[in-house]
Ligand binder design. Sequence first.
Ligand code: SAJ
Length: 436
Amino acid sequence: MTKFEKIAVVGLGYIGLPTATVIASQGVKVVGIDVNQHAVDTINQGKIHIVEPDLAGLVNIVVQKGTLVARTAAEPADAYLIAVPTPFKEGYKPDLSYIEAVAESIAPHLVPGNLIILESTSPVGTTEQLAGWLASHRPDLTFPQQTGENADVQLAYCPERVLPGHVLRELVQNDRIIGGMTQRAAKMASDLYDIFVRGECVLTDCRTAEMTKLTENSFRDVNIAFANELSLICHELDINVWELIRLANHHPRVNILQPGPGVGGHCIAVDPWFIVDSAPETSKIIRTARLVNDGKPQFVLDRIEEVARKFTNPVIACLGLAFKADIDDLRESPAIEITHALQAKGLGRVLAVEPNITELPSSMAGKVELVSLELALEQANIFVILVDHKQFLHFDWSNVNQNAIVDTRGVLSRHLGATISGSSASSTTQATRCIA
Ligand code: SAJ
């Protein structure tokens, strides 16, 4: 039986809403708090304002049962779980203003015995900073930086680590890293996650937990940068990078990731900068990886321009706008960046095929045409594969002019890899011609 009768989840976005819902599904009373009136109203109707498989059904159930309610103002609770955005501002400096605003909104409701957990991806030291803001609002209460284990209010940092598209499963199954400002805080937070986490809860201090999250995403960014740099080198040396990686990965201790048009999403392209900002002189590889990945869209644009020059009336179909395969999330998508830039260059008509959306983002409306794959195949003479959506992976590209395809995701090579499976060198040469 949990000691938490009521939990407040502050920030009802891609992480907060699924977390609030999963806790509520365990029969614990949850109040979700968000400044966005539309999000609050939608949730209270048992619906959702974001896209995540299976989430809508579960929200509907917990709202009907009355275990989840959404509010625009903070209210008293036993524990507060904070999942608000931490973007960066100019100069790649972390913007902690959303966390500061949460401190101000929950401070009046705090009572001795409360637990506050920060889940937002944050630079090292943010949990302590949050405790400082709370203490300044509530001089009548004690906080861990003042009285340690005996503090009235305890704080912990526990990063979310779920993969968009698999959030409900990963929320329950993933291991959690729980960093307490004190040991008592870590233990209290671990009790809270016991409500719904089936993975292991590993306890540490809050600074290490903050750095763990940044390290995980930087690890991925650096490894993607390695693959992206290989793709540039292979272009110079006329080698098919996907075949190269497939071969190198036969080594038992080599596992190279996939090159692409750049790194998108809300996390991997942002989090490494938090490390660079905290240790600018030392974070050499992490900074360089960011620059390599951010440079990839321009490389792709140059390849498209080379192909377009061969056509008198280029009609360019951009295949995929999402930041990765089989999702509808366009946030920080390199495919969007490339499609925008292509249109702005005025090389020719630009079509977009994105099977996971029904309308283009407003910035593209009237400039780019959203069409089906079939229509694009009829009307375009240049095809730029920007996302490896299943619709493009399963399509037979062999009847399309191979010299008019810019394949940034290795879709053609994956096809060939499956069909030649370790034989025919001539097929391999064919793949070399049509990659970015
Ligand atoms: N990408 C490549 N090549 C690859 C793998 C990915 O170019 O081999 C690109 C994708 O196309 C995409 C970007 O990287 O544009 C990021 O995609 P992703 O699937 O690697 O990661 P996200 O941003 O969806 O989620 C990551 C996850 N972190 C790690 O895998 C270490 C997730 O577990 C985190 O919870 C999430 O960031 C987050 O919220 O921080």
